[in-house]
Write a protein that binds this ligand. Structure first.
Ligand code: ZN
Length: 700
């Protein structure tokens, strides 16, 4: 699933991970900088601000950021870490606090007037950050630092700051910088429109009672007919996925999928065109051939040609196998419909379930009763607590933006090391995917990390157990992995290297690796229990693991298609981009399934805003995650020993060194494709399952 979101590529010197929050509201950060322990400011939402209160908080953060910058610029004489890097760090932290909180609140607040103010504040803080990225005087000040005696983390941090300044265009002439600033500002609004159109388009279909044939009993019960005898089904995940997986009638699946893949259509088509055109223009101004070339420059992969080659490599690995799988789907479908000549996209999940039942003796519906929402939530918390040696304390009295939201503190050795919120069920106007939103980037001595998990899981209503699909459980672990990365990595001295500040094409790896824990019987049995309190049988988990192999090539093929779409919208002159046509041309190259007629998937492909050209990052990270997982003891996944070493070498390091170096120190060697290739082939005994990234906007 999607991650956490990142808005607008190098927004600033520091890559801004879409989240943010209000920083130390109690006192100027500088007062704390010398302390060894991080002072604990109230949580960002303390006092439950209304729209005016929220504006005041965000503005106060931006004011504090401006004051820090003024202090930095007033210095005469030699530039030092204390008189230059420290105030720069504070400026960034305060501005990010404003940006992160605004990005979260515009996506989750139940009151649309508060969301609207948050949108304005997102624009304000983005403008501040973009202007900062183009501020030549600040750049010169940081570039003038004498780092000879600085520690390696500080040296790396400054290298990164200066690189990002240059990527922002700080060394261009003034006229160019003005144009860059204007386009960036425009891109923020375009991105907000794009996301808002997706968020606010909630479509439904109406069905007769017998249209729900094949659906689990609890689902049918939770969807009673209205006074007119009709049943309404929406495209939000808890409604959508069971229907697309289990509904017997093909027409019902087709109708719902049709609404799903046309979300935000036609509203987002011109918005997307503008987004692509503006980014292409910006990339050219910054001296790059295309936005894709620009967007890959600071990633592990290095450039857009390498992305194309990586996508091609995956195509070679998956297409033939996906075609074989297609043949299996078709044969199974022909049992029901002897005249069938194609398998449609609305058939894939449905027949996938039937084939897994027939050939692998695994019935996903039999697994659901073991995954009631509350048990799963406890399971995520208890297993990660055991694994990483931390304690979570629920703060029932904490202020939250919706009554369904829960607040927690993370404790270790008598010290609070982070805070988080869980906002896990759908409601109108809320972000409708799954993501970890950062709120405050932790900086040792200044503020502790804070984050929010925003998902759309079943449950949360009285009388509804909220039985989850196993895929939901995977999503939950995945997103929680991002959250833990931000907590464990959030204790650096400098904000630009703190939390999830690693290369973007590595950020999914820790989360993808944590998914493995929900394919392990020993782990699942600690929490996956049915109403009678019986744990999920180990044989069922084993069957589930084996069954998961079927359809794997197809699912990776689709992920690869999304990577190709994302790259190809952004790797050419905007005049040559017809988003419908590129999608239609690419689809048959990557998957054997006929395109969904009359559909415009790209209109709700939210990553085209946040990730732009770099959807490949999910697959790139997956390769590394499989390699890292090879170091763990599968017979005792909750063993804290290796987990501690992983936490220390990879997670806690945040962005203080290149990801490849962190992975090397964990693995004792460079990462490679070996484990990934084995996983894809699925032939090695005990090979781990897994799926594509959580966070795809598509139901495939
Ligand atoms: Zn993710």
């Amino acid at each position: 699933m999607r991650l956490f979101r990142i808005r607008n590529l190098p927004v600033v010197p520091a890559v801004v991970i879409a989240s943010c929050a209000f920083g130390a509201m109690t006192a100027p950060a500088a007062l704390f900088a010398a302390e060894t322990r991080t002072p604990v400011a109230p949580p960002f939402w303390a006092g439950k601000p209304d729209s005016g209160g929220f504006r005041a908080l965000a503005d106060a953060e931006l004011r504090a950021a401006r004051e820090s910058l003024d202090r930095l610029l007033q210095i005469k004489g030699p530039r030092t870490i204390e008189n230059t890097l420290a105030p720069y760090n504070e400026a960034l932290l305060h501005a990010d606090n404003a940006a992160y909180a605004s990005s979260l609140i515009e996506s989750v607040h139940p009151d649309s007037t508060v969301r609207a103010v948050a949108e304005e504040e997102t624009r304000e803080s983005s403008k501040f950050l973009n202007d900062l990225g183009l501020n030549r005087a600040v750049y010169d000040a940081v570039a003038g630092l004498d780092l000879k005696t600085a520690d390696p983390n500080t040296q790396f941090c400054v290298w990164k700051i200066l690189r990002d300044f240059r990527l922002s265009g700080v060394d261009k002439d003034e006229a160019t910088r003005k144009k860059v600033a204007a386009i960036r500002e425009e891109l923020v609004t375009i991105g907000q429109d794009f996301d808002k159109n997706i968020r606010n388009d909630s479509r439904t279909i109406t069905l007769e009672k017998d249209d729900l044939e094949g659906l689990p009993e609890d689902y049918v019960k939770a969807h009673p007919a209205g006074p007119d005898g009709k049943i309404t089904i929406g495209i939000e995940y808890p409604d959508f996925f069971p229907v697309i997986s289990y509904a017997k009638k093909a027409d019902v699946r087709k109708r719902l999928l049709h609404e799903f893949v046309n979300r935000a259509y036609p509203a987002n088509m011109p918005v997307l065109d503008r987004m692509i055109a503006k980014r292409a223009e910006l990339a050219r101004l910054l001296g790059f051939k295309s936005w894709a070339e620009f967007a890959t420059r600071d990633k592990m992969i290095g450039n857009d040609k390498n992305v194309a080659a990586f996508i091609e490599r995956l195509r070679g690995l998956t297409l033939k196998r996906a075609q074989e799988e297609y043949g299996t789907y078709l044969k199974r479908k022909q049992q029901d419909d002897p005249g069938a000549t194609t398998v449609n996209q609305w058939d894939r999940r449905y027949y996938g379930e039937l084939i897994r039942k027939r050939d692998y003796n695994f019935d996903a519906q039999q697994a659901r009763p073991y995954f009631p929402f509350d048990e799963v939530k406890e399971g995520v918390l208890s297993s990660t607590s055991k694994l990483f040696g931390v304690t979570y304390k629920r703060i029932a009295s904490a202020d939250v933006w919706d009554p369904s939201v829960e607040a927690y503190e993370v404790w270790e050795d008598g010290r609070m090391i982070g805070r988080f919120f869980l906002d896990l069920h759908p409601r109108p106007g809320k972000f409708n995917h799954a993501a970890n939103f950062g709120i405050r980037n932790g900086v040792e001595g200044i503020q502790i990390p804070e984050a929010a998990l925003v998902c759309n899981f079943p449950g949360g209503k009285p009388g509804d157990l909220g039985l989850m699909e196993h895929g939901d459980v995977v999503t939950f672990f995945h997103e929680f992995g991002h959250l833990l990365h931000s907590v464990f990595g959030g204790h650096q001295r400098w904000e630009p290297i703190s939390g999830i500040a690693t290369e973007w094409d590595f950020v999914e790896a820790p989360s993808q690796m944590l998914e493995e824990w929900c394919w392990n019987a020993g782990v699942l049995q600690t929490f996956a229990k049915n109403e009678k309190g019986e744990p999920i049988p180990a044989e069922m988990v084993e069957q589930m693991r084996r069954a998961d192999w079927f359809g794997r090539a197809t699912s990776i093929a689709y992920q690869n298609l999304y990577s190709a779409i994302s790259l190809n919208y952004y790797n050419r002159p905007a005049e040559e981009v017809d988003t419908d046509k590129i999608l239609r041309d690419l689809e048959p190259k990557y998957t054997p399934y006929p395109p969904m007629p009359d559909s415009h998937f790209q209109a709700a492909f939210g990553h085209l805003d946040g990730y732009s050209a770099i959807y490949y990052t999910y697959m790139w990270s997956l390769v590394i995650s499989k390699d890292m997982f090879s170091k763990f003891d599968k017979s005792n996944l909750l063993d804290p020993g290796i987990a501690r070493r992983y936490r220390d070498t990879v997670l806690a390091a945040g962005g203080s060194a290149p990801a490849a170096k962190l992975v090397h120190s964990f693995l004792g060697r460079d990462y490679d494709f070996h484990s990934f290739d084995e996983w894809l082939a699925g032939e090695k005994a005990g090979s781990t399952p897994g799926r594509g990234p959580t966070g795809t906007s598509a139901p495939r």
